[in-house]
Design a binder for this molecule. Structure first.
Ligand SMILES: Cc1ncc(COP(=O)(O)O)c(C=O)c1O
Length: 389
């Protein structure tokens, strides 16, 4: 099968599958709405994943199942091949999802009231995980350049360490600002954390969505101690509904504490279908993924063209990675609540900026471009209409 433009252009009709992105949105905003929000893709998962799931479903019992060495080796092989990162089976802990993995890192490495460093704007559940576990937000907001390119504020990170923060959560590559952190930036961050003895949990769920000449660098390749990386097939191969993710940690002591917390929290993983899908994707998904990345690269260029032409006052952050575009619409003078009401009336839904940080992101929207290309000009046309209404 060819994973070419024609394949991805065909997209997928997802209505009626209890799909949050389409069905949830239509229930709230009407049948004609174009959903460009939650981060999953309007493409079928690789055929090998479909086949593996059908094969497993065809055997008519789904009792307790082992996660085999081959399942873990599929993850290891994929990371070795695609990211030049190697780790052992022992270093892997199975999880139901990455956000659970973040919360478990907080619970295992900090105490109630401790500061946890995040870098706003960032994927909302970072902040929510700190709040729901009774820890304290220690925000070191990213610095925004005029062209919408963000960098880390390392002085702020160090200040939060000095104030006593006990953990840092990194989003790498970064949702929503589309940065792929360079080895130098990550190294500089690690030096600070190392100086203060602050452990790091690195959410690397977007690792596979990187556009040349940028290169993803895993924290696993930069540090042995005090680092946990959270990875999954879910974002890359569109299998988030199967609830399977992995924590990879080389540091024995941190891993021991993490697993104790997994155990004590009653978090149980090993969904038969999730594991089967991840293995099939990791073993046989490369061609599909290469085709997808070429297609998304085209969507990324198309989005930049559309924004520049239709919304001259908007600033789209340069998209180095992820399939999520971050658009600064502050020049149009609306709050996120106003933007969302207007866009909904114009028949399109984005994620409002404040989901990623109330202080840093009023007047921003995030757009998901993992969809057939034709939806992008249509979404921008509707956005323009919303701004002019
Ligand atoms: C940075 C980041 N982490 C985690 C998640 C969610 O992962 P999971 O469904 O495995 O909890 C997302 C989904 O958009 C994300 O963007």
């Amino acid at each position: 099968m060819m994973f070419d433009r024609e394949y991805f252009d065909a997209g997928l009709y997802r209505v009626g599958t209890a799909c949050e992105k389409w069905d949830g949105c239509r229930a709230r905003s009407g049948a004609d709405v174009l959903p460009m929000w939650v981060a999953d893709m309007d493409f079928p998962s690789p055929p090998a994943v479909q086949e593996a799931l059908l094969r497993r479903a065809a055997h008519p019992t789904w009792g307790y199942t082992e996660v085999t060495d081959e399942d873990l080796d599929a993850l290891r092989g994929f990371w070795e091949r695609r990211h030049n990162v190697s780790f052992t089976r022992e270093e892997i802990t199975l999880l139901p999802c990455v956000v659970t993995g973040l919360k478990l890192a907080i619970l295992s490495l900090t105490k109630p009231g401790d500061g946890v460093i995040i870098q706003s704007p960032v994927y909302g559940p970072f902040r929510m995980s700190v709040e729901v576990t009774g820890r304290k937000l220690a925000d070191a907001p990213l610095r925004r350049g005029k062209d919408g390119h963000y960098t880390m504020d390392l002085e702020a990170v160090e200040a939060r360490c000095r104030e006593g923060a006990k953990l840092m959560m990194l989003c790498s590559p970064h949702n929503p600002v589309s940065r792929v952190w360079s080895a130098e930036e990550l190294q500089a961050l690690l030096e600070i954390l190392d100086r203060w003895g602050v452990p790091l949990v690195s959410d690397e769920i977007h690792a596979d969505f990187v556009y040349a000449p940028n290169r993803f660098v895993s924290m696993l390749n930069l540090a042995e101690k005090n680092v946990l990386s959270l990875v999954a097939a879910s974002k890359t191969f569109n299998v988030a509904g199967l609830q399977t993710a992995f924590c990879v940690c080389r540091d024995e002591e941190i891993r021991r504490r993490y697993r104790e917390t997994v155990e004590a929290s009653g978090v149980v993983s090993g969904n038969i279908f999730g594991v089967a899908a991840a293995r099939a994707a990791f073993e046989h998904g490369d061609d599909w993924l290469d085709g997808l990345l070429a297609y998304l690269d085209g969507n990324r260029a198309l989005l930049a063209e559309e924004v520049a032409r239709e919304l001259p006052k908007a600033v789209l952050s340069p998209m180095e990675g992820t399939y999520l575009g971050w658009i600064d619409l502050r020049a149009y003078g609306f709050t996120c609540a106003e933007l969302q009401a207007r866009t909904e009336r114009a028949g399109v839904v984005f994620t409002g900026g404040t989901f990623f940080g109330a202080e840093t992101s009023e007047g921003f929207l995030r757009i998901n471009i993992a969809c057939p290309s034709r939806n992008i000009p249509e979404a921008i046309r509707r956005l323009k209409k919303a701004l002019e209404a």
